[in-house]
Ligand binder design. Structure first.
Ligand code: ACO
Length: 334
């Protein structure tokens, strides 16, 4: 797919240092070898030197130029302890607690990224989403001007889809981070996703549909009211962005339905970004499209952090890890 090829070649140009902190895990080690061979830049691993090398050997992996950071011998270890206390002291992190937290490679990776020893990290092959994101939310924090960290999936439709010819790629948000966004958070998700879309697909205009079970007031309920308020806020936060709603998914995607339900909408029937009203709808929605329609789902790609961190599904393949590292390197360029 052209988008993935573009992301890979961009990652090669950027040469960003991305960490795979789950460094004893077979798929991560195999991905490290592929990334090293692909020339994406200095791939980094965190772990005991002997143990990691032995694991790599047992999987037949040649780590090449991948950089292995062993906290036991890392010259920056004391700096990370000191800075972690400085950053999280008000939240009760003492020196002992900081040392305890830094035994977790995800916290170690978050400190390396915070102190610019690396450009981002990718994890989640053996950790739940919350465990991957919490160190990033606590330490790396949001980008300037951003309040809400959220995520999107790049959904690549198969040739068999009736939408393949006009919209091979759609972005779905938020399917992984904010469980019950209020209207302000929902508007942040929409604005961030449109920005991410423009960064990855510069040739296309983002058209954002804010989804609901109601289209333009067809149902009266507090849930669509939340979406209506979010649309208003998006228009204030990003004037000029093509956004509309509240609308049902068919009105967002099908011109024939939009013609009946929201004939005046410039987004109806043409949306390429679907913003779901909450995490349950978003997470269920992307998995249904992935499984029933056979779409490729790349993500969740996390947006809104000051430096990129991405989560993997625990069912991810080696290629998913390589692709996610490439996306993360591209985000690090922003
Ligand atoms: N944006 C910005 N900051 C945030 C956000 C956010 N969305 N969420 C939490 N924070 C901040 C908090 O303000 C807090 O800051 P502080 O400690 O400096 O005061 C810090 O992050 C940690 O917050 P906690 O409340 O301790 O973290 P929480 O336990 O709420 O975890 C998390 C946040 C992990 C994102 C949670 O909302 C979550 O579990 N989301 C769902 C993840 C999930 O299970 N997704 C579905 C599976 S993914 C898949 O299927 C692909």
């Amino acid at each position: 797919m052209a988008l993935i090829d573009d992301i890979h070649s961009n990652a090669k140009k950027l040469q960003k240092a991305i960490i795979l902190p789950e460094s004893l895990e077979e798929r991560n080690l195999k991905a490290a070898e592929l990334i090293d061979k692909s020339g994406f830049g200095p791939l980094m691993l965190i772990g005991d030197q002997d143990e990691t090398n032995a694991k790599a050997k047992s999987f037949g992996v040649n780590l090449g130029d991948a950089v292995l950071i062993d906290p036991a011998t890392d010259e920056n270890y004391d700096l990370y302890v000191h800075k972690l206390v400085e950053l999280r002291g008000k939240k009760g992190v003492t020196e002992d607690k900081a040392k305890e937290l830094l035994k977790d490679p995800l916290y170690y990776a978050a400190m390396m990224v915070k102190l610019e020893k690396a450009d981002g990290y990718v994890s989640g092959a053996i950790h739940a989403t919350g465990d991957v994101l919490r160190p990033a939310l606590q330490i790396i924090k949001t980008a300037p001007g951003v309040k809400t960290v959220s995520s999107f999936f790049i959904m690549i439709l198969p040739e068999s889809s009736p939408y393949h010819a006009t919209r091979e790629v759609l972005f779905f948000a938020d399917c992984a981070v904010v469980p019950q966004p209020n209207s302000d958070q929902l508007s942040d998700i929409a604005v961030s996703t449109a920005k991410s879309f423009k960064a990855l697909m510069p040739a296309q205009e983002p058209k954002v549909a804010m989804l609901s079970f109601s289209t333009m007031g067809s149902a009266k309920h507090e849930d669509p009211d939340k979406v209506i308020e979010a649309v208003k806020l998006v228009k204030e936060k990003a004037p000029g962005l093509m956004v509309d709603g509240e609308m049902q998914a068919d009105a967002a995607l099908m011109a024939s339905v939009a013609g009946k339900k929201c004939p005046d909408s410039k987004v109806g029937g043409q949306a390429n970004i679907l913003v779901f009203p909450d995490l349950e709808a978003g997470n269920i929605g992307y998995k249904l499209v992935e499984r029933l329609a056979g779409a490729a789902a790349i993500g969740p790609v996390v947006q809104g952090l000051s430096r990129p961190v991405n989560d993997l599904s625990r069912g991810c393949s080696v290629q998913d890890i390589v692709d996610t590292v490439a996306v993360t390197a591209c985000q690090a360029a922003d």
